[in-house]
Design a binder for this molecule. Structure first.
Ligand code: C2G
Length: 131
């Protein structure tokens, strides 16, 4: 019985922290589907616009060997719908979200994985921007 894992993110300026959580997510099942935040959703939840637009972010995530399918995440409130639509057995998120999605425990297993320390899109942008 194949097991589907689902996870969500902006995945802007794709970096090793993103890759590591996607690899660890895939290792929990047989199929990994990833909801990539739309530009509109990103604007509503983050202080700054994504550097790469939603099409590029979906293409970059979709090209990774461990990712079997990508879709656009239009709203944080639609997580239950996405979990059902993709028949996910496991929801994985970084532990910066710990506890926030426990209520989806009725639909699927919920797993929070440790974030990769000392790497973030914001830090990368600041490093590039610094003179
Ligand atoms: N992540 C990580 N280590 C880092 C940075 C990010 O493990 N150093 C993980 C986050 O915990 C998240 C995923 O990579 O699970 C994507 O991170 P972001 O692109 O920052 O996504 P986020 O803002 O958490 O949006 O529906 C939820 C949102 O779409 C998630």
């Amino acid at each position: 019985m194949s097991k589907t894992v689902i996870t969500f993110g902006t995945f802007d300026v794709l970096h090793i922290g993103h890759l590591r959580i996607l690899e660890r997510s895939k290792a929990l099942g047989d199929r990994l589907v990833v909801g990539v935040s739309s530009d509109a959703l990103n604007q509503s939840k983050k202080a700054r616009d994504a550097v790469f637009d939603q099409e590029q972010r979906m293409q970059l995530v979709g090209a990774l060997k461990v990712v079997d399918d990508v879709f656009l995440e239009e709203s944080l409130e639609l997580k239950g719908h996405y979990i059902t639509e993709h028949q996910a057995d496991i929801l994985v998120m970084g532990d910066d979200w710990a506890g926030k999605f426990d209520h989806f425990g009725e639909l699927c297993s919920v797993v929070y994985l440790p974030r990769t320390p000392s790497v973030s899109t914001t830090a990368i942008i600041e490093r590039i921007a610094a003179p």
